[in-house]
Design a protein around this ligand. Structure first.
Ligand SMILES: CC(=O)[C@](C)(O)C(=O)O
Length: 293
């Protein structure tokens, strides 16, 4: 039994007409019959007497009608209270994320959050997601979005939102890696390959580990902060780089870069929300945190 089946029952009890009830409640006649039948099975009593022409409530049906309308009134009242609480919650919430995150999955999250909590003002700060955890730790942000590190610092909570592969990318022109270099990356064959790397963060650690496992000492052309900046440097032909797929999916420059198939691939990113554990009790932070689950 759920609020939907109670609503259908009450409507049929008012209308005493299957066709009209199914139209009013936007359900098919067969779904309506099924729902009523299920209620009757659960209760072990017939609620309606049906014959070809008419529908009538049984005595049990009349009793159940009183019960159902009390439950529905209680349900409406509690929903109203919760909605009022949401509407009353107000203040500022700061969120740090990359430009990519703000265009992609965060867009939907923020637009529905705003509908439910119209009086909470979001302060969005964009930057390099490699700084997400430290910005939350330093108390500069209430919440931040970034990739889950191999070990999460004590006191910081993480909640996953999406996954994204880490991809090696290069410019369309000039061609910086040939087939041989891709199939057999060695210190010798890669020694002159220019690389654009993140200054810090997980992509950097994972790339460094990969390079080391092939004994490659990278020729670092530039170190940049933020994945969007890596894509733009790479598309300009300055070097090859490593970025999460989601950044490519949202980049205006994808037509100017190529993807390299490097095996085995780097470990994918688990992208999500960070907050300080001790601050999760703050009603504004909790409102945002708990609705992602
Ligand atoms: C880690 C993160 O926030 C993203 C979305 O993958 C990114 O922008 O790099």
């Amino acid at each position: 039994m759920d609020s939907h089946s109670l609503r259908l029952f009450l409507s049929l009890a008012d209308n005493l007409h299957f066709g009209r009830t199914s139209r009013e409640q936007h359900v098919s006649p067969s779904a309506l019959s099924r729902s009523i039948k299920q209620l009757e099975d659960e209760l072990g009593a017939a609620l309606f007497v049906r014959d070809n022409r008419s529908v009538r409530l049984t005595r049990e049906g009349q009793q159940f009608r009183e019960y159902a309308s009390e439950v529905m009134n209680g349900w409406q009242a509690i929903r109203q209270t919760f909605m009022q609480d949401q509407l009353n919650l107000h203040g500022e919430l700061s969120l740090y994320c990359s430009v990519t995150a703000s265009y992609s999955f965060l867009y939907d999250i923020l637009s529905s959050f705003r509908q439910d909590y119209p009086r909470i003002e979001m302060k969005l700060h964009t930057g390099d997601p490699a700084k997400a955890v430290e910005r939350v730790q330093q108390g500069l942000e209430d919440l931040a979005i970034g990739a889950l590190p191999d070990s999460l610092p004590a006191g910081v909570e993480f909640q996953s939102i999406t996954r994204s592969e880490l991809r090696f990318i290069g410019p369309l022109a000039p061609q910086l890696l040939n087939e041989e270099q891709l199939k057999h990356p060695t210190a010798e064959s890669w020694k002159d390959v220019p690389m654009i790397l993140s200054e810090e963060g997980l992509a950097r650690t994972r790339t460094d580990r990969w390079l080391k496992s092939h004994n490659i000492k990278p020729r670092i052309y530039a170190q940049v902060s933020g994945n969007e900046a890596i894509v733009s440097m790479v598309s300009l032909g300055f070097g090859i780089g490593v970025v999460p797929q989601i950044v490519l999916d949202n980049s205006p420059l994808t037509a100017r870069i190529r993807l390299y198939d490097i095996q085995p691939p780097l470990t994918a990113y688990d992208i999500g929300l960070f907050a300080l554990e001790k601050r999760l009790k703050d009603p504004l932070i909790a409102a945002f945190w708990n609705r992602q689950r």
